[in-house]
Design a protein around this ligand. Sequence first.
Ligand code: ADP
Length: 279
Amino acid sequence: MSDCNHDCSSCSANCSERKAESFQKPLNPYSSVKKVIAVVSGKGGVGKSLVTSLMAAEMQRRGHRCAVLDADITGPSIPKSFGIHEHATGTDAYLIPVSTYTGLQIMSINLILENETEPVVWRGPVIAGAVTQFWTDVLWKDVDYMFVDMPPGTGDVPLTVFQSLPVDGIIIVTTPQDLVSMIVSKAVRMAEMMNVPVLGVVENMSYYTCPDCGKQHEIFGASKVQDVAAAFDIPHTARIPIDPVITTMVDAGEIEHVNAEFLTELVDNLEKDLPLEET
Ligand code: ADP
């Protein structure tokens, strides 16, 4: 159109350059977040929170300022794995995230609830509203990479997160069994519909290394992550072993001390795919 002012909200023309209406919510004026990575899974218990926390901790170790927004409102496990039990504080203007031992900024419903063992029995729109407020009403101070621990599945809350937050890419977490089902294709399809690139797929519980002989056993069958990544054109993969040390350290709130070298290559690629602009 010759008289286009590039503001689709004030124009009714149905031209080829028309942009979809944006539902994105602004950060509060005191916050700054450069890149947002959403970590998704088809169902609970596959290690999504583990991968979210380990990637954030690794990025933080590399000198980036990182944050975790725990959007898994009904199954929040992020604070416990970082050994955080205190409450988030706030002012009239914003909520202040709790910082971990290495300075990662964390916001989770468990930091706000009176009693962290109380279940959250809320309807979908209320949960989605809480997640949106974690984006808009929290003081995210100079964050380079924010990792969002998404609720499992493709329901109301993941949809709200994709619409409300400027997600730069997603990481899909699965187990070997899930890789043969439709779970990955559903996650990929949702990302496509939301116009967000899938940056990688992580096969958790991929193998077990025998502590006595060092041999790798593929307990849940041969790895399929490479085939699945090729089939869906997903650029990066990672495989995480079943390791009782991980479980123990997560339970003890020491996730920042886990040796996560199995994620090194994936995090290298995230840095390359989502570079921070020079300021
Ligand atoms: P999700 O976020 O998908 O519900 P979590 O990350 O909370 O799953 O993981 C569920 C439990 O399984 C946690 O106690 C976690 O420490 C444990 N776990 C996940 N992956 C592994 C692994 N590869 N080795 C050992 N324990 C694991």
